[in-house]
Every structure is written in structure tokens, then in C-alpha cells.
Design a protein around this ligand. Structure first.
Ligand code: M6R
Length: 610
């Protein structure tokens, strides 16, 4: 999604901004631009396409010491030069960059047009530039003009404004779109994401909703929209730039797939109590009773996080004997969802910024439910707005296709299951200890699967030109089939469908012929014999069968064209292993088709629009 960088200091602002924008590329965008102040005026340089194009357009621009930069993911108006950010007012005195959506932009535009403002772009953002211009004509203060303009606005924003009449200050503000300020030595930066700042400073201030930051070279002050000062301690970022770079792999996605032994360890670290066969999570300590005594869990999420939630439903219903409803956050927020006394709502999100999930969280709170988070990005909006929660500690996930976050979400759902099941006494201490033991073995088992990358790459080679794929699984591995299909379609653009294996005979079986690969997720669990019959049904129609299994019996060998062997584990943990060959299969197919694996077309890492 859109990215923001701002700089004020003594260095070449253009260079700092372009470098920051490159670090934000992973978020997904379709145009980029900068605004720079030098020689008493603001210059705006922008272009559709990649930051590298902007870089060549700005090479040689050296004078500016203050500027703002943006990567835009189109929402209002096509991705072209005019619609790219920064946007300016009529006079060119103000330049603005904006993440989010101004919902009442159309009525504001009509009003401003009647007042004589003329618009160049189709964007909602340009309205803000003119609104600030309008208030500046009355107040002669940029800060005040921004504050008054924002009071007129409905919707979400993370903005940075610069002005040629006050060239020593950047004004930033947020409501719903993340912004953080990097505190340097005689320089300060602002960005929508820590990765754009971290090569300059680790000391940061997070801006909260409805706050304004007034940023000069040597000072940062925070205020609310009512002009009241806010005090906040700076925080120290602990992750390394190295962590967000490719670390020797060809793509971030491959790096992140390979990080999973480590990320699973991180998700579990310090949270398993071996002797008692239970888990503990600091973020849930105060709400353990509420969780244990819940009548029902409702889990809200989108995309891959929604698939993880579906796995959670199987696990929690099976072990903790608690009813679990899983809902797309985007559907929940637009229904009249029924929440009852005793319901506990969980929202799950890698980024912690997905707008649909955030809106669902707020809706659940309005309805009076306790809302807890399962989030990766520390300090993200969802993490802050939930009543309590657990971080999955997967580290920065840069590839747009979620991989390590999915398995870490599953690990955390298993921790929650262990806690609740033991406290509700639906499993014994001995059963709890067996689960703990198996969880601790996951990292080495993941290593074993990663060791089969060459075999999986060979399968990818054979099927890379297929036009359709079917992914089938049962029970706790049905959501894994959905996730395998999502991974393939989003990075290779091959159409893929995930289905419960037994449902195949109710329709999708009509698609099966010698051109249709069918990927079965079939570990040797209670559904194994049933799924063998489903495999037989596909083979009888000449379908190509690829099986992910921890069984290697003769029946399977006779039926499957390829078997990817995964280590045995207990049923509730098997999705953490069975999804990994599917991630690798999608990755290799996409690479062989020449696709942009880390930044697939039309997709954004964090979807902060409806
Ligand atoms: O950051 P979130 O977990 O809230 O994101 C939800 C989805 O947008 C995300 O999982 C999306 O489906 C990914 N592209 C999947 O790989």
C-alpha cells in the first residue's frame, strides 16, 4: 500500500527520500514522487511505475535539505503522473503526501471549487492541499491550517505537509494510517514504516490517531487536533536492517519461507511450561479467566490470516470444546453481527493495519465484546486498539505473500488452545505435555521439509505451465488447501481453487482431466482413509495427483504421481508442516513463470483501504 517518507536536516533530502521509498517498495505501489524545497520554492517530481524511474529523474538534484516522498497505490484515479503524490494547492505553496482515504472528498471538492480552487488530479488527497491553502489564507500558519483542515475531513489519513512559506518545518498527522518519526542528530525523518528510517536512526516516536507532529531539524513536538501538547517518550527499534533485507536469498518470500524454523521458535519462546503441559502469554495474563470462561470465540481476519483462523477453529473446538466462529472481517463489519454475553472476539492480522480487520475490531468493541489481538507488527494500530493480545513475533514480513506469519499465527493459536484446554480441563496435564513436546520439535521438522526444496522445485518445473490447480484437504488441513491455492494464485497468476476433499464430488470433479493437477494435503490423520478414496476419484479421471503426506503406504504410492513426505506430528500441529511444501511449490512455479514474486501485480502488503 502507499508509503510515506519525509526528511528535514542537513543532508541531500532527495537521496534520503529515494532511499526510504526503496525500502517501502515491498508494500506495493504503482507510482512514486517527491517534493523538495530549494531556491525559495517547492519542486515536485513524480512518475508512474517504479522508484528506480523516480531515482533516475531526480539524479543530480542536490540542493534541498527538506522534502517529502511517496509511493502510491491507486484508490481514486488511475496510476499516472498527475494522480501520483505529492499534491499541491493552487499556488504551489503547499505540497502534501497522504496515505488513507478522504471519504467526504467529493463534497469538499465541490465547496472548494465554488471558492475558486482549481483541481488537477482525480485524487481525494488533492482536496487536502486546497483545504489547507484555504485555511492558511485566513490564519497564515501552516500548522493551524493543517489542524483546521483535518477537522473538516472524514476518513483515514497519514499525511505530511511542507510549505514554501515555512520551509523549516514538516507537519505530519494521522488518523488510521500509521506514521512514526525518526529522531536523528540535527535531522528528523518521518515514515509510514520503520524500514524507511532504520538506516538513519533507531529512536522513534509513534504518532497516534488524531495527533499532529511539528517537525523541525532540531525538534519534534506533538499535539492533538485541539492544539494541546502531548508528551511521549521515544522508543528504541530493536530489529535490524539485515532482518528486512533478503539475506542472501533471491527473494524475500524464499527467505521468509526458510526463516520458519526460527520464527516458530520465536513464537514459542518462553511461552511453554513443559512440566504442567500448559502455555503462558504475557499479553493475555490479565484476561485468562475471561478467555477460559468464554461461551464462544469469534475470530475475525482477512486473507491468509483468515485461513489461519479456520485452522484455529478446528483446533479449539476439538481440544478446548469451545464453539468458534470464524468470519471475514470485511463481512462482519457490514452485517449486523450477533455478539452475545460471554463471547470473546479475536482479531488476527500480520500487519496489524488491515482496514477491514480494524473496522471489524471497532464494531465488535461497540457491541461490547472483549477484543483480543493476534498480531505480528508491534505497535500497529490493531495491536494498540485491542484490549489485550499476543504478538506472533515472526519479524518483518516483506514478501507480499504471507508465509512465515501464517505458521507463526498457527503456533500462537496452538498456544492459546493449550492454555484454554488445560484451564477448562478438556485435556489432561499429560495430554498437554505431549502437545508441548511436539510443539518444541516443530523447528527441526520444518528444517527437514525445507531440505526437500529440490524435489519440490522439480514438481514445479513439471506443472509450471498448468492453467488451473485444485487443492484439496480435509479437517484441520482443509484451510491449508485454501492457503495453498491462495499462495499459488497470488504470486503465479494461475487459477487455483481450494476445496474440502469430500466436496469435490459435488461439483469440482467435473474439471478433472489430464491437464488438471490436484494437490492433496493428506497427512495420516483420522481422515486419511477417506482422502485416499478422494485421490482415487481424481486418478480415475486421469488427474495428476501431488500429495503432501506423512504416510508412505503402498496405496498412496500407487495413486500419487508425486509425494512430498513431511514428518509425522499430532493432528492439530500438522498444518504448520503441511503448508510449507505448498509455499515452496507456489514460489518455484512463480519464479519459473518469471513473475514478480515479492510484489505481485495488483496486491499490497498491507491493505489499508476497504
Ligand atoms: O496483515 P493481515 O494479516 O491483516 O493481511 C490480511 C491479508 O490481506 C493477507 O493475508 C493477504 O491475503 C496476503 N496477500 C496473503 O498472502
Amino acid at each position: 500500500m502507499c508509503g510515506i517518507v519525509g526528511y528535514i536536516g542537513n543532508r541531500n533530502a532527495c537521496e534520503v527520500l529515494v532511499e526510504g521509498l526503496k525500502r517501502l517498495e515491498y508494500r506495493g505501489y504503482d507510482s512514486a514522487g517527491v517534493a523538495l524545497f530549494a531556491d525559495s520554492h517547492i519542486d515536485v517530481i513524480k512518475t508512474p511505475g517504479k522508484v528506480s524511474r523516480l531515482e533516475s529523474m531526480t539524479s543530480g538534484v542536490q540542493a534541498a535539505r527538506i522534502g517529502i516522498g511517496h509511493t502510491r497505490w491507486a484508490t481514486h484515479g488511475e496510476p499516472n503522473t498527475v494522480n501520483a503524490h505529492p499534491h499541491t494547492d493552487c499556488t504551489g505553496n503547499f505540497a502534501i503526501i497522504h496515505n488513507g482515504i478522504i471519504e467526504n472528498y467529493s463534497s469538499l471538492k465541490t465547496k472548494l471549487t465554488l471558492l475558486g480552487h482549481s483541481f488537477r488530479s482525480q485524487t481525494d488527497t488533492e482536496v487536502l492541499a486546497h483545504l489547507i491553502e484555504e485555511f492558511y489564507s485566513k490564519t497564515r500558519s501552516t500548522e493551524m491550517a493543517v489542524r483546521l483542515a483535518l477537522k473538516e475531513v472524514n476518513g483515514t489519513f497519514g499525511i505530511v505537509v511542507m510549505s514554501s512559506s515555512e520551509p523549516d518545518v514538516l507537519i505530519a498527522a494521522r488518523r488510521g494510517s500509521p506514521l512514526l518519526i525518526g529522531l536523528g542528530d540535527s535531522e528528523n525523518l518521518i515514515a509510514s514504516d520503520a524500514s524507511a528510517l532504520i538506516s538513519h536512526t533507531r529512536n522513534v516516536l509513534y504518532l497516534h490517531d488524531n495527533e499532529i507532529a511539528i517537525i523541525t531539524r532540531d525538534n519534534v513536538s506533538l499535539k492533538n487536533l485541539d492544539d494541546e501538547a502531548i508528551e511521549r517518550e521515544a522508543e528504541h527499534l530493536t530489529f535490524d536492517l539485515e532482518q528486512i533485507e533478503k539475506g542472501g536469498f533471491d527473494h524475500f518470500m524464499l527467505k521468509e519461507i526458510n526463516e520458519q524454523p526460527e520464527t516458530i521458535k520465536n513464537a514459542l519462546r518462553g511461552r511453554l511450561i513443559d512440566a504442567d503441559g500448559i502455555s503462558k502469554m504475557g499479553g493475555l495474563r490479565d484476561v485468562e479467566d475471561k478467555i477460559t470462561n468464554a461461551r464462544r470465540f469469534v475470530i475475525l481476519a482477512c486473507g491468509t490470516s483468515w485461513h489461519a483462523a479456520l485452522v484455529g477453529k478446528y483446533i479449539l473446538e476439538q481440544c478446548a470444546n469451545i464453539p468458534v466462529e470464524v468470519d471475514y472481517a470485511s463481512e462482519f463489519r457490514y452485517r449486523n453481527p450477533v455478539l452475545m454475553d460471554g463471547d470473546v472476539v479475536w482479531v488476527m492480522s500480520q500487519s496489524g493495519e488491515t482496514l477491514d480487520t480494524l473496522a471489524a475490531l471497532r464494531e465488535a468493541k461497540v457491541k461490547g465484546a472483549p477484543v483480543y489481538g493476534i498480531v505480528n507488527v508491534v505497535g500497529s494500530t490493531i495491536a494498540r486498539e485491542t484490549d489485550a493480545g499476543v504478538y506472533i513475533h515472526a519479524g518483518p514480513e516483506i514478501g507480499v505473500a504471507s508465509t512465515k506469519a501464517f505458521t507463526s499465527q498457527l503456533a500462537v493459536l496452538n498456544l492459546i488452545n493449550l492454555l484454554v484446554s488445560r484451564r477448562r480441563r478438556t485435556i489432561s496435564a499429560e495430554q498437554g505435555r505431549a502437545i508441548v513436546e511436539e510443539m518444541e520439535r516443530l523447528p527441526e521438522k520444518i528444517e527437514q521439509i525445507l531440505g526437500q526444496r529440490d524435489e519440490i522445485e522439480a514438481i514445479a518445473e513439471e506443472f509450471k505451465d498448468s492453467r488451473n490447480f485444485l487443492y484439496l484437504g480435509r479437517g484441520v488441513n482443509f484451510p491449508v488447501a485454501l492457503e495453498g491455492a491462495l499462495k499459488l494464485k497470488e504470486i503465479s497468476y494461475i487459477h487455483a481453487e481450494g476445496y474440502p476433499a469430500a466436496e469435490m464430488k459435488h461439483g469440482p470433479i467435473a474439471l478433472i482431466d489430464e491437464n488438471m493437477p490436484a494437490v492433496f494435503v493428506a497427512p495420516g490423520d483420522s481422515t486419511y482413509d477417506k482422502i485416499l478414496s478422494n485421490i482415487q476419484e481424481v486418478r480415475a479421471r486421469k488427474g495428476n495427483v501431488i500429495v503432501i503426506s506423512n504416510e508412505a503406504d503402498g496405496r498412496l504410492k500407487d495413486l500419487a504421481k508425486y509425494i512430498v513426505q513431511i514428518p509425522k506430528t499430532i493432528d492439530i500441529l500438522s498444518p504448520i508442516l503441511s503448508v510449507i511444501p505448498l509455499q515452496l511449490l507456489s514460489y518455484y512455479i512463480a519464479v519459473k513463470r518469471g513473475c514478480n514474486v515479492d510484489q505481485p501485480r495488483n496486491l499490497a502488503k498491507s491493505v489499508t483501504v476497504e
